[in-house]
Write a protein that binds this ligand. Structure first.
Ligand code: 1GP
Length: 267
């Protein structure tokens, strides 16, 4: 049941403790700049490239971008769809995600039903993921009709993540919203990690090495970042990618240990 890309991600997480997946928003790039971003990511040590955004993009544009990325890198390309238009036959895998705190069943199960036959037809590997939008939530919250869980209600985040685990989802994504001022607080990451036994993705508003380090230290297995890598200056893209990766590495080597519900600090 577990496919090649998922096995690969789990192996890299086991090996490196935490990994980086740059996210490319098809609305913000051309095929050329997307390839460049992906190449820089791969060179710096990113484990995969995600492609997706909150607003609608034509399937043709998405296909061109995914195809161009695929041709320039060897690491997997994973779709991060906001809707059924987020599917491209050129990708290796797709986060088969349910927006668990949406008020609209379309984003919990409707879009997934419509997209499933196409994903099967294109042989794209689906990776089941529980998606939760917190804090400001950004465009993802508006488009997905979510009730973002406030940062001061960590118990609610844990309850949602636990429900995702019990439903059989294999990854959890804590989303703060693209470009938001405050990424998901490390306290929330720590609480989820000490209760839920699933690999944890955290994204939204992560711009600095320090933020990446703190979030990984608190237990994130995968850091996702997009806005910080959208820079006109090609040199800046490489520098930022490496900075985030350094933060991830430092955070992973100074991780809290999670023993049942108690945590100890390890050095
Ligand atoms: C959005 O979590 C991602 O879905 C990335 O957010 O653009 O703020 O890095 P940023």
């Amino acid at each position: 049941m577990i496919g090649k890309v998922e096995r690969y991600l789990l192996a890299r997480i086991q090996e490196e403790k935490a990994i980086f997946i740059p996210l490319i928003d098809p609305e913000e790039v051309t095929a050329k700049s997307a390839s460049f971003l992906a190449e820089e990511g791969e060179k710096a040590g990113a484990s995969a490239i995600m492609v997706g955004g909150s607003t609608v993009v034509s399937s043709k544009i998405l296909d061109n971008i995914v195809k161009a990325i695929k041709e320039s890198i060897n690491i997997p390309v994973i779709l991060f769809p906001n809707n059924i238009t987020g599917v491209s036959k050129y990708a290796d895998a797709i986060w088969f995600m349910s927006l668990l705190n949406s008020a609209d069943p379309y984003f919990i199960i409707g879009a997934q039903v419509l997209a499933a036959p196409l994903i099967k037809k294109f042989s794209i590997e689906p990776i089941p993921l529980g998606y939760l939008i917190l804090g400001e939530g950004g465009a993802a919250a508006v488009v997905g009709k979510a009730h973002p869980i406030p940062y001061n209600k960590p118990g609610l985040v844990v309850a949602h993540a636990l429900a995702a685990q019990f439903l059989g989802m294999r990854f959890i994504y804590l989303e703060g919203g693209s470009g938001v001022s405050e990424p998901v607080p490390s306290d929330i990451v720590r609480m989820v990690k000490s209760t839920v036994n699933l690999p944890l993705l955290v994204g939204g508003g992560i711009r600095t090495k320090k933020q990446a380090k703190e979030i990984v230290r608190a237990g994130a297995d995968i850091i996702v970042a997009s806005t910080v890598l959208e820079d006109e200056n090609p040199e800046a893209v490489g520098i930022k990618t490496r900075e985030i990766l350094e933060g991830i590495k430092e955070g992973a080597s100074h991780r809290y240990m999670f023993i049942s519900d108690e945590k100890e600090e390890k050095d």
